[in-house]
Design a protein around this ligand. Structure first.
Ligand SMILES: *Cc1c(COP(=O)(O)O)cnc(C)c1O
Length: 376
């Protein structure tokens, strides 16, 4: 059996090696390292894939979120609502821009932002909502957009974990995750569902004015060459990464299908187990399984993870600490107990290997050892 990893990038590479190597070599031969044809091609292909009017490539997912927020012209102290159960980058850029991260709890089933909690957190200072499509499912965007419209708020989707996921509206229409709010952000970090071989990211929008402004922001706030009308940043996707992404974007839906097959296997093996709760599938979103995350009940989670490690099965905790209990984000407004769902999840969840190359033998090996630990 092949060695188990949370994400097996090497086996995936070996299956697409010819095309990847050719793409990289082409960039080196052309020496168009910055903003070369591979970047233009990727931008167009991603716009087409997503059905988004504008894709703006940038250096990573954190930059994508920062640039999105810089384009909204917010003032220090303006409030931005986001979830307490996410990767730190979401709140980090809010804090960096001297805006106020206002955290809210999540839904215990989908792990995504709790609609009622958003409504309660809105104040006259609220300017934006940043839903995170956690672990591969889209947050309840239809309701979030209605709420945003009512209160005149921007919506920036943190789509770093759900690229390719479809959101299904009440009337049956579908949109890709990241294209429903005013702006969507994604990351091409190697382990993401659409990952490159280094750092990369992109911003999506259907709004011409926001697109224009964000293109200026990612390029040093430059409107005309060497004329800088805004304080911007330097955030680019390099051509070699774009060449890799061109190969992988063509396979994104096939990759999502492989992840779903692995998730179905896990679901079936753990179905109705009294001490494990398999991931809830939200009816209004397809799931692209960035992570396969289980909730344990009355399980010594550390002992379970140690046992799996002794069998060479990696398992991870996404995320062990709620945002409001992170040292850098301690805030007198928040105390332990404020976000009970997030806090419970941080104490009880664990994630199993999830990637495009998991085979039947590996899945059997993983599930049988998890069950063996629980049933002994
Ligand atoms: C990965 C990730 C980011 C940051 O992306 P980078 O490319 O690593 O900067 C932001 N938000 C979420 C939810 C992520 O998973």
């Amino acid at each position: 059996m092949k060695k188990l990893q949370m994400v097996d990038l090497r086996s995936q590479y070996l299956n697409i090696k010819t095309e990847i190597d050719h793409g990289i070599q082409e960039v080196i031969d052309s020496c168009a390292f910055i903003n070369g044809p591979a970047v233009q091609a990727f931008q167009k292909s991603l716009e087409l894939y997503l059905g988004a009017k504008h894709v703006i490539p940038c250096a990573n997912g954190t930059d994508a979120l920062q640039v999105a927020m810089m384009a909204l012209n917010l003032k220090p102290g303006d409030e931005v609502i986001t979830t307490s159960f996410t990767f730190i980058a979401t709140a980090e850029v809010i804090a960096l821009l001297q805006l106020r991260p206002v955290l809210v709890d999540v839904d215990p089933g989908t792990f995504n932002i709790d609609l009622k909690a958003i409504e309660r957190a809105i104040t006259p200072k609220t300017k934006a909502i940043v839903p995170v499509h956690l672990f591969g499912q889209t947050a309840p965007m239809e309701e979030i957009m209605e709420m945003a419209k009512k209160h005149n708020l921007f919506v920036i989707e943190d789509n770093c974990q759900a690229i390719g996921s479809d959101y299904i509206f009440t009337d049956g229409t579908k949109k890709k995750a990241g294209t429903i709010g005013h702006i969507g952000c994604t990351s091409f970090f190697p382990s993401k569902n659409l990952g490159c071989y280094g750092d990369g990211g992109a911003i999506f929008t259907n709004d011409d004015d926001l697109a224009k402004q964000m293109r200026v922001v990612v390029n040093h706030g430059m409107t005309v060459r060497y004329y800088h009308d805004y304080v911007g940043v330097n955030s680019r996707l390099d051509s070699i990464q774009a060449a890799i992404l061109n190969v992988k974007l063509a396979r994104l839906d096939a990759y999502a299908a492989k992840r779903r097959t692995a998730a179905d296997f896990y679901d079936k093996a753990f179905a109705n187990h009294p001490r494990l709760k398999t991931p809830v599938r939200y009816a209004k979103s397809t799931h692209v399984f960035h992570q396969y995350t289980l909730i344990t009940e009355n399980v010594d989670r550390k002992a379970l993870i140690d046992y799996l490690a002794s069998k060479e099965i990696p398992a991870m905790i996404y995320y062990p600490v709620p945002l409001h209990m992170q040292k850098a984000y301690l805030d007198p407004r928040y105390k332990p107990g404020d976000f009970p769902v997030t806090e419970h999840l941080c104490e009880t969840v664990f994630s199993l290997p999830m990637h495009t190359e998991l085979d039947h033998d590996q899945l059997t090996y993983i599930t049988s050892h998890v069950l063996e630990f629980l049933n002994r």
